[in-house]
Design a protein around this ligand. Structure first.
Ligand SMILES: Cc1ncc(C[n+]2csc(CCOP(=O)(O)OP(=O)(O)O)c2C)c(N)n1
Ligand SMILES: [Mg+2]
Length: 353
């Protein structure tokens, strides 16, 4: 992928479809029409579920929820490029990627319902690690996992998601540095969504995130994160490189967080509506759909079936979430230490009567 420097606006991201859905690059990224339709369907389904999750939180069925509206292409395009046995280390905003990996949404949402620590889905079966709230701590884990893959001599690869804010953490540096030194089979997929809660990327970092890769001795690419074809192509290239023994890649997917940081955040306190409206013009779903309609890959019947399926899925997940009982209260004491601690035993007796 090439990068064109534009004075004042930073490096232009690699792009295949313009914001209007016009081809501006090679649209043949090796996906069949069925796969193209599946990508659009996942994006529509994921967005509908995301909105349902926010409603569930507002109704008291989830404790807190971090929405991903606007980031569907970055997550679904990258997750689609993975092989079944590759392993993903997510942050806390990758529900769309989780869906593509086959993670059960009701199980995933147990984390946000507060009934489980990390979602009771099985990371080994789904090849999707636990939700990770502490910023960037998944990255050393991902590097360690990729080291294991390398030592085992498998041809599987690790993909670690991170946000723009995560690149300010030491954990990012440590993971990136060792990955470069050891040529680990690891892809860093940074979704630069413009914000780290209330801190804009411009106040987070003085340089361009993708360029940091050079200092670690591996390639960095900047891609339009709202262009699902470009994200897919960049991720697949990076995965191929890692699988071939050539080491890591850092992908900076330029996108935008349309919603608040989470349901606990009021984004109007720190950003104007004009900025959000401008970002909406680059909507990843509309862009992809426009091109798919123009090329005849999808028709109106397919689009309305997508909407119906998305609605049905959101209702099914809603019912599943609401039906999930709280786990026994003693679990929070039982599973803390291998051997009982006297102070916890006291608290346990007090809490459980
Ligand atoms: C170690 C640590 N410090 C601070 C926080 C609080 N926190 C939660 S999300 C967040 C911002 C993350 O920004 P970014 O990496 O860009 O991801 P995004 O939320 O935009 O997806 C912060 C500072 C945290 N969870 N962990
Ligand atoms: Mg961010």
């Amino acid at each position: 992928m090439s990068h064109v420097s534009e004075a004042g606006s930073g490096t232009a991201p690699a792009r295949i479809l313009s914001a209007d859905g016009e081809p501006v690059g090679d649209v043949d990224v090796g996906l069949t029409p069925d796969e193209l339709r599946a990508l659009l369907r996942w994006m529509v389904v994921a967005r509908r579920l995301d909105r349902e999750c926010i409603a569930l939180q507002r109704q008291g069925e989830l404790t807190v929820y971090p929405g991903f509206e606007g980031q569907e292409a970055a997550q679904i395009g990258s997750a689609w490029a993975l092989e079944r046995d590759d392993f993903v280390w997510p942050t806390f905003r990758e529900l769309a990627a989780a869906l593509v990996r086959g993670v059960d949404a009701v199980q995933y949402l147990q984390y946000h319902r507060g009934t489980w620590h990390g979602g009771p889905y099985d990371p080994r079966a789904t090849r999707f690690g636990p939700i990770c709230i502490p910023i960037a701590t998944q990255l050393p884990h991902a590097a360690g996992y990729a080291l294991g893959q390398q030592l085992d001599g498998t041809d599987t690869v690790t993909l670690a998601y991170l946000g723009d804010g995560s690149t300010s953490e030491g954990d990012f540096h440590e993971a990136a540095n060792l990955s470069g030194v050891w040529k680990l089979p690891l892809v860093f997929l940074c979704q630069n969504n413009g914000w780290a809660i209330s801190v804009p990327t411009s106040e987070q970092t003085a340089g361009e995130i993708w360029r940091r890769a050079e200092g670690y001795g591996f390639p960095g690419v900047r891609v339009d994160g709202n262009d699902v074809l470009a994200v897919y192509a960049a991720t697949r290239d990076a995965l191929d490189r890692a699988r071939g023994g050539d080491g890591p890649t850092l992908i900076e997917a330029m996108t935008y967080r349309i919603g608040a940081h989470s349901t606990a955040d009021d984004a109007t306190k720190y950003r104007g509506e004009a900025e959000v409206e401008a970002a909406r013009t680059a909507d990843p779903i509309r862009r992809f759909r426009t091109w798919l309609v123009a090329t005849g890959v999808v028709d109106d019947a397919f689009l309305s079936r997508c909407d119906d399926e998305a609605e049905a899925f959101a209702m099914e997940v809603r019912a599943g979430v609401i039906a999930t009982p709280a786990p026994p209260a003693e679990w929070m004491f039982d599973w803390l230490y291998a051997a009982p601690a006297s102070n916890l035993e006291r608290q346990r007796d007090e809490a459980l009567g």
